[in-house]
Design a protein around this ligand. Structure first.
Ligand code: PEP
Length: 706
């Protein structure tokens, strides 16, 4: 068999490809809590005290974490309040599972309670009021009764806040009266605030101050009400609104003091079940460490609750961080299984990108120089609704592909020597019509022409520029030539290249961007460490995850979801994992029956399916898994080429950017087209050099065992 006939055989294989739209959503949970592990936090209160054993008391249930936002006398108008509520609603609708294990409550001023209840419907966020009157009804001008707010849909009342105590002279007795009134109203719960002043703290009076406050506030309150309807908020007065936060160990010590008083009053069984929040200048930056303390069950947030995003992050990030930083509380990851949907047998599938515009997936097989597309209409459709996958043989090793702004099915290709553009219309005659990429397809040379490197992983950033890294060609042989010789680059709309990193590496991977566009993720695969950098200027490098030492292989391509978490294909490890870049917590694992997933992206009509490319020797197919818990991807940005470079756009004949000889040698001579399973035909004008070059590439690829 000649090499050419080998290519023909390989090519003719494509039309006969069938695909499976099987429902590959296979979900195995390894724990019993029916909530997303992202946002659950089970405090380990499951123990018996000696008393409990004697009384045969049931084990205390894990304490459900609770985050509350105290808006105080803010914002100024109903319009502003409504805006804040709508932003919160959007955040919690988009980012959270309705059955969240974390209880969330906001405490707006009285006039905004009605709109809060209304706006937050369906989000799972409860509404509370910041204080209450001392009577149920009658001639008490200006007062508000528990029955009134409860009838509006308010479920919490905050009592004993230090500002009420100090600014409005609220005594412990008044707090107790109000507490009794609230408990008389079925369905109302109470956040009871206690805490010492700075002077009291400095004179070691913390424990006795909270002891007295609790004992006076809880006079006549049953153990059942304490356990089921009261949350204690420990708020050191010196930390409220001051920007000074208790250190995590200070908070833990104070919470232990609170629990000691509760134990003295109600026994350890009750005390271990009561939730204790910390309050005092809580922000997204300090919540993680606070929540990692075993007796900190949540946060009462003032200033930071007035910004929807910071409050949301305190709820989400804090809980995730608590899971990650305290191994005792880290829930095991959710386990999913991906199923093959296109048996494309790629030698090295890579770089999947989903086009919302085209409702199609594009990916490449790197050493074969193949560009693939599959118009996919979703997992609920019958097989015949999804169209057959198509491939196009480009004739040069490819690093990655990206969507190209402009006409449908236009893509950018990072080739071994040059950047090119293509259209990939599966249902048109386009494959047969264009003859060469010289004039119409060449965009610019790739960088490092003098190095034994080629473009590798890449994605378009949120400003529609192409960011890509390189691959040391000797990497598989231990990088004897060049060692760290690869840079990270950005190609802009004027086709100008910019070097982004001030150091070199061997194999770029994991390049992806969260929705904000202000961060880039990156991994030099051999190091197995994944980094985040501030973006667009790459500063503030921080390690977000290191692949567990017991897993073989390394991180490969990655994609970010709408929650900002990063899904990484772990080539060699049979897995794709999701990691929260803020906490390093790995909370999802997608298992594959093949060893080397190579990259992944979200696609499908709802962007809620994860498509995974794989490689040989045991893989090569395209895999898919449906996302649970409302997890979704972000629309993939399209690379933009400025108008003055548009004469190079796909399908046009003219070019102003002339390829160099080196680029032409690859991009012009080696282009072949293919439609469906049609036999590969050399494009008009192609020469024997085409096949020689392709054959060499194929030989190298098989030699390398890729
Ligand atoms: C509060 O009002 O209870 C509070 C803790 O405020 P801040 O978070 O602004 O300190």
């Amino acid at each position: 068999m000649t090499l050419f006939s080998l290519f023909l055989a390989l090519t003719s294989f494509s039309l006969s490809l069938s695909f499976h739209t099987v429902d590959s959503f296979s979900l195995h949970r390894t724990r019993t809590v029916s909530v997303s592990p992202l946002i659950s936090k089970s405090r380990t209160a499951l123990f018996f005290s000696p008393d409990d054993h004697q009384s045969n008391a049931p084990p205390v249930q894990p304490r459900r974490s609770i985050v509350a936002g105290n808006w105080k006398l803010n914002p100024a108008t109903l319009t502003e309040a409504t805006t804040l509520l709508r932003l919160l609603k959007a955040n919690f609708e988009n980012h959270r599972d309705a059955s969240s294990a974390t209880e969330v409550v906001v405490f707006p001023p009285f006039p905004f309670l009605g709109v809060a209840v209304q706006e937050l419907q369906g989000t799972g966020i409860q509404v509370g009021c910041q204080t209450i009157g001392t009577h149920e009804q009658g001639a008490f001008t200006g007062e508000v009764a528990p029955s009134m707010i409860q009838s509006m849909g308010v479920t919490y009342v905050m009592l004993g806040h230090s500002e009420r105590r100090t600014l409005f002279g609220e005594s412990d007795t008044a707090v107790n009266n109000k507490l009794q009134l609230c408990l008389a109203q079925r369905g109302l719960q109470v956040i009871l605030c206690v805490g010492e002043t700075l002077q009291e703290y400095e004179t070691n009076l913390l424990a006795s101050v909270v002891d007295v406050q609790l004992k006076k506030a809880l006079v006549g309150v049953s153990s059942q009400d304490v356990l089921e309807r009261i949350v204690v908020a420990y708020e050191p007065v010196w930390a409220i609104g001051t920007g000074k936060t208790a250190t995590p160990s200070q908070a833990q010590a104070a919470h232990e003091a609170v629990r000691a008083t509760l134990t003295a009053l109600y026994g350890s069984h009750v005390a271990q079940g009561v939730r204790i929040q910390y309050g005092g200048s809580v922000t997204p930056d300090n919540i993680d460490a606070l929540m990692a303390q075993p007796d900190v069950d949540g946060a009462l947030v003032g200033g930071a609750s007035l910004t929807a995003d910071s409050f949301t992050r305190i709820v989400d990030g804090g809980i995730r961080a608590a899971s990650a930083t305290s191994s005792a509380y880290a829930p095991p990851p959710v386990e999913l299984t991906a199923t093959e949907v296109v048996p494309c047998a790629n030698v090295l599938g890579e770089s999947p990108v989903w086009s919302v515009r085209d409702q199609a997936l594009y990916w490449i097989s790197a050493p074969e120089g193949e560009l693939w597309t599959w118009k996919y209409h979703g997992d609920n459709n019958q097989h015949n609704r999804n169209e057959p996958p198509y491939r196009r043989l480009i004739g040069t090793t490819l690093g990655c592909t990206a969507l190209l702004e402009g006409e449908p099915h236009a893509v950018l290709l990072a080739g071994e020597s040059a950047f090119m553009k293509m259209t990939m219309k599966a249902d048109s005659g386009d494959f047969a019509s264009s003859s060469s990429c010289t004039a119409t397809n060449f965009l610019c040379e790739r960088p490092e022409q003098d190095q034994a490197t080629r473009p590798n992983d890449g994605r378009v950033d949120r400003q529609q520029r192409m960011v890509f890294g390189m691959y040391n060609n000797y990497h598989r042989e231990g990088s004897s030539a060049g060692e760290n010789n690869c840079g990270l680059y950005r190609l802009d709309a004027n086709l100008q290249l910019e070097s982004l990193l001030d150091y070199k590496y061997r194999v770029s991977n994991c390049i992806c961007f969260p929705a904000s566009g202000d961060t880039i993720f990156f991994c030099d695969t051999p190091t197995r460490k994944v980094y985040a950098f501030d973006y667009p200027v790459l500063t503030n490098r921080r390690e977000i995850w290191t692949m567990p030492s017991e897993w073989p292989g390394g991180p490969d391509g990655a994609q970010v979801d709408a929650d900002g978490c990063i899904w990484m294909a772990l080539s060699g490890a049979h897995r794709v994992v999701r990691v929260n870049p803020d906490t390093g917590h790995m909370d999802f694992v997608v298992h594959l029956p093949v060893s080397s997933p190579t990259s992944c992206t979200f696609g499908g009509p709802n962007l809620d399916e994860l498509f995974i490319t794989t490689r040989k020797p045991d893989g090569g197919g395209l895999f898919r898994v449906k996302m649970p818990f409302g997890i979704r991807g972000l629309p993939e940005p399209e690379f933009r080429v400025n108008n003055n470079n548009n004469n190079n756009l796909v399908g046009q004949e003219q070019t102003t950017t002339q390829p160099t000889a080196a680029a032409v040698a690859v991009s012009s001579d080696n282009v072949m087209q293919e439609e469906g399973n049609a036999n590969v035909q050399p494009a008009a004008g192609n020469t024997a050099a085409t096949y020689a070059s392709m054959a060499a590439a194929y030989k190298q690829m098989t030699n390398n065992g890729q």
